[in-house]
Design a protein. Structure first.
Length: 541
């Protein structure tokens, strides 16, 4: 049989002649080349089957090649997971092949960028919140006070040792501004139980992330973040060792015994430092990443470590609780999480070496682990009647789905006016602060009933008008005592009354105006996005 990659179709007679050439020589075989002989006819009948087999083999090779396949394109799509939340099955074969190739080339790690790319197709302005974020000090502060603001929902504001607008303190950093400790300045965050990573019986997982500028190594210790003092009394610390320049992550028990991990020597430069601990009570459960690369050069246990004890020492940035061993250069974007960050999450924070001030860690839950939230203000400038929309992107299959819209604050008005031009209805209300483009409105009370029902806002021309469309052409203006309810209809009211938990299908994008609730069962990943109004914090507890 010929090499399949050299395959070109030939006739049955050509194949028979090829077969005859492989037969013995002699009087018995002389008729092998005679088309009228029985021997040749036998060879020709065999040639027919061989040709059919070669053709089928070549067809199989061709169909397994994604660049050529036609008959097996459905099998290829099933193998790579098409259709999915980003792709429907295309109609033309070239696009279907291209979609499969795109999926095959994609790195098989779902990152926050994937979630953001999908979210961007729905909305443009967003902030991500994480229930695992204990504190996030962006270190952008520059004012005639000592406040170092915590951008997380916990509001653990720190106090700098001098006003943050002090000359040389707030400087250009890795991401926007940074605080230059210069060996004389520091930040103290008052004690809170959020920073006690123990339940009284065993340790709990946590992680620390920060961008730092390290000076050339010296003989003195320098501290990045600590809930401990220089005599190794406290709970945990992240610091740079003296002459070696190594970064050390240390957990301490009530007897001063401890476990730690340290990196290789760190020279002068700017680095992304992430320390993680799984709460196991062992040194092997500790990790340090330098610029998103694991750098566990050495592990150590001092004495017999029995686990941390919840204490009341403050959290110190750039120093220790007793204000010793002050960092000598810049510290930027300091975060503490009450979970062990995984490699993908560290990479997301590192952001290809550019860093990010976004809250980029999405909740990771195990099946039946409930995600319960209540919405509340996250800053002092929270408006009186805020309207928020958020997106919940679920990446684990569940059994049923639900969606609802709901406004915060009052969303009901009576006595509104309705005027129609073509199929566009303009509604006049007291104000439009309780609505948003794309939000639902329920109109009732119009004598011309074609105006009534649930509609979607298509525009907000002024501060007291919004528009929606109808298919009919009732008399204009509408008459009667007309009411509008922003964002909720009877079906949704029934849903809210009947459900204390909401379960979503794989790939569901949930948009709504949250008022508080819970999500449960197989939700493993979700990302929250704030879309309106801009620059106001929204908090999920």
């Amino acid at each position: 049989m010929r090499k399949i990659l050299d395959y070109k179709p030939i006739t049955d007679d050509q194949q028979a002649r090829l077969l005859s050439q492989s037969m013995p020589q002699g009087l018995v075989w002389d008729s092998k080349g005679n088309p009228d002989s029985n021997l040749y006819k036998l060879l020709r009948s065999l040639a027919t089957e061989i040709n059919a087999l070669e053709e089928k083999i070549y067809e199989m090779v061709t169909q397994w090649d994604i660049n050529q396949t036609v008959d097996l394109i459905s099998e290829w799509e099933t193998a790579v997971g098409i259709p999915d939340e980003c792709r429907n099955t295309a109609e033309d074969i070239a696009t279907r092949r291209a979609d499969v190739i795109s999926k095959l080339k994609k790195v098989p790690v779902i990152t926050i960028a994937d979630y953001e790319a999908l979210a961007q197709t729905i909305t443009q302005t967003f902030t991500i919140e994480s229930r695992f974020l204990v504190s996030h000090w962006k270190m952008n502060d520059k004012a005639a006070n000592t406040n170092v603001r915590d951008s997380s929902s916990k509001n653990h504001t720190g106090a700098a040792s001098v006003n943050t607008d002090t000359v040389g303190f707030s400087v250009p950093g890795k991401i926007n501004q940074a605080l230059d400790m210069a060996g004389i300045r520091f930040v103290v965050v008052p004690h809170d139980s959020d920073f006690n990573f123990t339940d009284g019986l065993s340790d709990k997982a946590f992680s620390i992330s920060c961008w730092v500028t390290a000076p050339a190594s010296t003989s003195s210790l320098e501290t990045l973040v600590a809930k401990a003092n220089s005599s190794i009394d406290g709970e945990w610390m992240l610091r740079r060792e003296g002459a070696s320049g190594a970064i050390l992550f240390h957990c301490i028990d009530s007897d001063g015994d401890g476990i730690n991990v340290s990196t290789s020597a760190l020279g002068a430069g700017t680095y992304h430092v992430v320390a993680t601990y799984d709460g196991s009570g062992t040194k092997e459960g500790m990790n340090i990443y330098i610029d998103a690369v694991l750098d566990n050069a050495a592990f150590a246990e001092l004495g017999t470590y029995d686990g941390m004890t919840a204490g009341v020492l403050n959290v110190s940035i750039g120093t220790e609780a007793d204000l010793q061993n002050i960092w000598k250069d810049q510290i930027d974007d300091v975060r503490i999480y009450d979970k062990e960050l995984d490699t993908a999450e560290v990479l997301a924070l590192n952001n290809s070496g550019d860093g990010t001030e976004d809250t980029v860690i999405s909740p990771t839950l195990t099946p039946d682990d409930p995600l319960v939230f209540n919405i509340r203000p996250g800053s002092d400038d929270f408006p009186a009647d805020p309207i928020y929309k958020f997106i919940l992107l679920v990446t684990s299959p569940t059994v049923t789905s639900a969606a609802f819209d709901y406004p915060l604050g009052s969303g009901f008005e009576s006595g509104i006016g309705l005027n129609r031009s073509g199929t566009t209805v303009t509604a006049t209300v007291t104000d439009t602060t309780t609505m948003v483009n794309g939000g639902k409105v329920v109109i009732a009370g119009a004598v011309e009933t074609d105006y009534n029902g649930t509609h979607v806002i298509t525009g907000i021309p002024t501060g007291t008008t919004f528009t929606y469309t109808i298919a009919e052409t009732p008399t204009s203006p509408a008459t009667g005592t007309i009411t509008v309810n922003f964002g909720i209809d009877q079906t949704q009211l029934d849903l809210l009354a009947a459900n204390s938990q909401f379960i979503f299908d794989e790939g569901t994008v949930f948009t709504g105006y949250p008022f508080g609730g819970s999500f449960r069962t197989d939700i493993l990943k979700c990302v929250f996005r704030k879309v309106t109004p801009a620059n106001v914090d929204i908090v999920f507890d």
